[in-house]
Design a protein around this ligand. Structure first.
Ligand code: NAD
Length: 267
């Protein structure tokens, strides 16, 4: 079976006006975070772009020239949890996106990597939400979007830390939705299948080793095996879903998980 190619880029489909709003996006130097930062800046937001990758943030800032809003880079390693919480103060929109992956069987999974994955992908989002809520509650409006994954809803072998972190993030997001509702704050997850980003490109070799197959069979036989739509989803498609959750039309959507998984969880 040949995988269909990516669709042609489409113009933004969601009318979103974030002029005067501040948005914090973590992992903004990478594939999905970068697309989200640019999408929110195009909607007029002042985007606080957080990442540990200073070079990637520089490239993002250059790319954002001429948009309605601005991108302000903040080089930060999210394992510094106190700094993460402080960075979130005063934001109207919080996109918890930064993540990392290691594909390894449980009995060989390094405990220190498990700890780092949980810190960056679950504890840092908790601290960022904690830092953002006082301002959101104070003004009676806020949007929290958590980049979960199909792996927040389903497990895959050899991804113990990632699956644990994403399942935890689902719980955190729902709890934030319940607590935030009386204050005009919504919290939702966006759950992509495999997205065309460096995070996926980097795991091809590990997947091949873990499953004992050549690298050129990983896409069709492992990554896209459970999806009905046999293609990777593009970062800008994910950013559109994030943008939609920030529109006035989405104000009744909270505590949910929006799957962009090509039918994976229809099984
Ligand atoms: P990516 O590797 O392209 O980008 C991730 C970014 O996070 C990088 O810029 C990296 O520098 C940053 N980051 C990692 N650790 C950090 C830390 N300690 N401090 C600060 N920044 C840090 O990944 P991506 O594919 O764009 O993934 C973004 C999010 O989307 C992740 O949460 C990921 O789990 C999720 N996701 C990705 C896919 C996919 O197929 N790519 C699918 C579902 C969900």
């Amino acid at each position: 079976m040949t995988a269909p190619t990516a669709p042609a880029p489409l113009p933004p489909s969601v009318a979103l006006d974030l002029e005067g709003r501040t948005a914090l996006v973590t992992g903004a130097a990478g594939g999905i975070g970068r697309a989200c930062a640019l999408r929110l800046a195009a909607a007029g937001a002042k985007v606080r772009a957080v990442d540990r990758d200073a070079t990637g943030l520089k490239r993002l800032t250059a790319r954002a020239t001429g948009l309605a809003g601005t991108v302000e880079p903040l080089v930060l390693d999210l394992t510094d949890l106190d700094a993460a919480e402080q960075a979130a103060a005063g934001t109207d929109v919080l996109v918890n996106n930064a993540g990392l992956q290691l594909v390894r069987p449980l009995e060989k999974f390094p405990p220190e990597v498990f700890h780092t994955v949980l810190t960056v992908m679950l504890e840092a989002p908790f601290r960022l939400i904690r830092g953002a809520l006082p301002h959101m509650y104070g003004q009676g409006w806020g949007r929290i979007v958590n980049l979960s994954s199909v792996h927040g809803l389903r497990a895959s072998a050899f991804k113990s830390a990632y699956v644990s972190a994403k399942h935890g993030l689902e719980g955190l997001s729902k709890t934030a939705a319940l607590e935030g509702a009386p204050h005009g704050v919504t919290s939702n997850c966006v759950n992509p299948g495999y997205v065309r980003t460096p995070l996926v490109e980097r795991q091809i070799a590990d997947q091949a080793a873990a499953h004992g197959i050549p690298e050129d069979r990983v896409l069709a036989e492992i990554l896209l095996k459970d999806a009905a739509l046999k293609r990777l989803v593009e970062p800008h498609e994910v950013a559109e879903a994030v943008a939609y959750l920030c529109t006035p039309q989405a104000s009744f959507i909270t505590g949910t998980s929006l799957a962009l998984d090509g039918g994976w969880t229809a099984h």
